[in-house]
Design a protein around this ligand. Structure first.
Ligand SMILES: C/C=C/C(=O)SCCNC(=O)CCNC(=O)[C@H](O)C(C)(C)COP(=O)(O)OP(=O)(O)OC[C@H]1O[C@@H](n2cnc3c(N)ncnc32)[C@H](O)[C@@H]1OP(=O)(O)O
Length: 653
């Protein structure tokens, strides 16, 4: 079956995953049957979808009426009616073998022969499940992440009997759901994301169990030094300690003692402290979770990275997935800032091997045995090393650069985090602008954001940690320099703005000479919501374009929803273009400018910018203030409120 032949999708199980998957399928335009074993369960699932679809509409993220989406979903209890005419059946019933056996038995009886079966299991063998049916070649894993409507990743897992045609169709189906699929090429316990994430959580527990660390130190290391969105304990409380323990027990039974659950984790389970859902886990969630930004320890960082690297290498060695797919999966499925391969390369794979060897000598525990795969990767010079053993790494990791005729195109490329900007990305942008400036064949620059949700939502708030004012002043100065690089570039620069253009992202666009926006673009300088000020030139350069009155309005209101037409009225946006034709129009404009007179363009930019008041002095005050603000309680509050999705309460401290 081809993906174009699919019109009807049946989802079995209306729990949190089932109803989420049904919603995703309906949003993509499929007719969906949502089935569970009793009326109340199906109705609960359907009501959850109603709530979620309404939320999407409120956020302006629906192209059609919510009722139209909801009308595509039929809640049902009768299995035969649910699957009788289905092209694809996605099973998301509880992870209990007996329940699955019963479901697949009946399913085979009612579903048409053409139907593909896909299971959302996270911890059972795809091959075993496929063998419960008469169509194992039409059976594969389709593993979504929670909540499906928000999480970008789908692992498509092959079973022993799965045909290539089935895998390709399910991958295309995931794509039509607007998801990114990675193929798990072997039916291996935990697939990719859980296989890497759970040993990380386990290792965090072992670090505390051995008495050398407390949970806040470990979480501070994970969150602020490695840069994962939550500390390991914070994350375990979010996914549920019971869930993490269950996956570990499964890995332990299938793969051996290296996956022995840490006794401290087992204790939490015995005490019923499952995390957020029970109000208490590693943290007391009535009191809230506060993780210090500066309590990380290098030894713990190396230990966590070493375990990540070892697991990753085992998956590669076992042909479960190549490194590029593993890295992408961990970024999209677990919010890693970079994949484990990239993180390990940055830390030095050889160092991580030594860390594992040292811990193995000390404890004798099998989880520290260095896999053959990791040794080989270390010998080759890293996960992203070429055959000669030199780090080949792509020149850029967080942006992509291409030369299209006479236009140098820089694309900000972190769509899974709204193209938010890290210090590494600033370095890459600076390097790219310099390289394009020096390339005589390039006559104009175009800068845009990957995907259609954001040009950029600003500085990466997840990696920002209040603390050293001096460091923040430096980050501000550096951001000013990079956002100013467009201004100083002698060639004309066009910013192509689609989706959100906020904070540092808007400051980057401010540095461009012309701005083209899609109708759906949204602008703002929301830094005051975080207790900050626009620190990458926003207090200076925005006024030069829209005038001081408008600039103050934009900064003080801290809104994030200025629409493109309004920003065109304010003089910020030069052209607003229909969403569909926007990208082509931005390219066309960049091409037009590339045909202009380079010397006249260079001197025009220089003359116009030289005529401004003393922006240099203003930038210096901005950077000093930005640094000072990073030492205040208000920034703690602002960043915490963003991460916890609530309104901040500023005390002016
Ligand atoms: C000197 C420069 C300073 C600055 O630039 S300070 C930062 C200024 N920017 C902001 O304050 C904007 C922060 N972001 C937002 O308010 C919201 O996002 C949006 C309005 C842009 C979109 O909201 P929604 O449609 O509900 O999406 P979502 O679930 O919030 O975002 C999707 C994923 O993107 C991550 N993300 C968004 N913005 C940032 C950011 N600025 N830094 C780091 N991550 C960001 C989220 O956390 C989430 O990630 P997950 O799916 O893992 O939960």
């Amino acid at each position: 079956m081809n993906v174009d032949d699919i019109t009807r999708v049946a989802v079995l199980g209306a729990g949190s995953m089932g109803h989420g998957i049904a919603e995703v399928a309906a949003l993509a335009g499929y007719e969906v049957a949502l089935r569970d074993i009793d009326e109340d369960l199906v109705q609960d699932g359907y009501e959850n979808i109603e709530w979620s679809v309404e939320k999407l509409a409120e956020k302006d993220r629906l192209d059609e009426d919510p009722e139209v989406v909801l009308d595509r979903i039929t809640p049902l209890v009768d299995l035969e009616a649910a699957v009788g005419d289905a092209d694809v059946v996605i099973e998301a019933v509880p992870e209990v073998m007996d329940i699955k056996t019963e479901v697949y038995g009946s399913l085979e009886e009612y579903a048409p022969d053409r139907a593909i079966f896909a299971t959302n299991t996270s911890s059972l063998s795809i091959t075993d499940l496929s063998e419960m049916t008469d169509r194992p070649e039409q059976f594969c894993g389709m593993h979504f992440f929670n909540p499906p409507v928000r999480m970008q990743l789908v692992e498509v897992i092959t079973g022993k009997h799965t045909s290539e045609e089935t895998l390709e169709t399910v991958e295309a189906l995931a794509e039509s759901f607007d998801k990114t699929s990675i193929r798990v090429r072997k039916d291996s316990p935990g697939f990719v994301v859980n296989r890497i994430l759970t040993p990380l959580l386990n290792e965090a527990c072992w670090a505390v169990n051995e008495g050398g660390a407390d949970i806040r130190t470990v979480d501070s290391t994970g969150k602020y030094d490695i840069g994962i969105p939550m500390g390991p304990f914070e994350l375990a409380d979010r996914v549920g300690n019971d869930v993490a323990h269950h996956v570990l027990e499964y890995l332990n039974s299938e793969l051996g003692e290296a996956y022995e659950p840490c006794p401290l984790l087992t204790e939490k389970i015995d005490e019923g402290k499952f995390g957020e859902k029970t109000g208490e886990g590693w943290y007391d969630h009535d009191e809230g979770v506060e993780i210090p930004a500066d309590a990380g320890e290098g030894a713990i960082e190396r230990r966590l990275l070493a375990v990540l690297a070892n697991e990753t290498a085992k998956l590669i060695e076992d042909s479960v997935a190549p490194i590029e797919d593993i890295d992408e999966a961990m970024m999209l499925g677990a919010g890693f800032p970079d994949g484990p391969g990239k993180l390990a390369d940055a830390a030095g794979v050889e160092t991580l091997v030594e860390t594992l060897e040292g811990r193995h000598a000390e404890t004798g525990h099998p989880r520290y045995e260095v896999s053959d795969g990791l040794r080989e990767i270390a010998d080759n010079g890293g996960f992203y090393a070429d055959d000669e053993g030199e780090a080949s790494g792509r020149a850029y990791e967080q942006i992509s650069v291409e030369i299209d005729g006479r236009v140098g195109h820089i694309e900000i490329d972190r769509p899974h985090r709204m193209n938010s900007i890290t210090v590494q990305m600033l370095e890459e942008i600076e390097h790219a602008v310099e390289a394009l400036e020096e390339d005589d064949d390039v006559r104009s620059l175009l800068v845009s954001g990957a995907g259609d949700r954001a040009f950029s939502a600003g500085f990466d708030a997840a990696s920002a940690a209040p603390g050293s004012g001096l460091e923040a002043t430096e980050i501000s100065r550096y951001g000013q320099q990079v956002t100013g690089a467009f201004e100083e570039c002698p060639k004309p620069v066009v910013a192509a703005i689609d989706g959100y253009c906020l904070g540092g992202g808007m400051e980057l666009a401010t540095g461009a000479d012309l701005r083209v926006a899609s109708e759906r673009a949204q602008f703002g300088q929301p830094e005051h919501n975080l207790g900050l000020l626009p620190g990458w030139g926003g207090t200076q350069r925005l006024s030069a374009i829209v005038g001081e009155g408008r600039a103050k309005e934009i900064i003080f209101t801290a809104r994030n929803d200025y629409d493109a037409e309004t920003m065109a009225d304010y003089g910020f946006v030069n052209e607003v273009v229909e969403n569909e034709s926007f990208e082509e129009r931005a390219r066309e404009l960049a091409r037009e400018l590339a045909a202009g007179p380079p010397i006249a363009q260079k001197f025009t930019k220089r003359a116009m910018h030289a005529g401004r008041d003393d922006t240099g002095a203003g930038l210096e005050v901005e950077a000093a203030a930005f640094g000072h603000l990073f030492t205040t309680d208000d920034v703690w509050e602002g960043l915490a409120a963003f991460q916890q999705d609530r309104d901040p309460e500023f005390e002016g401290q």
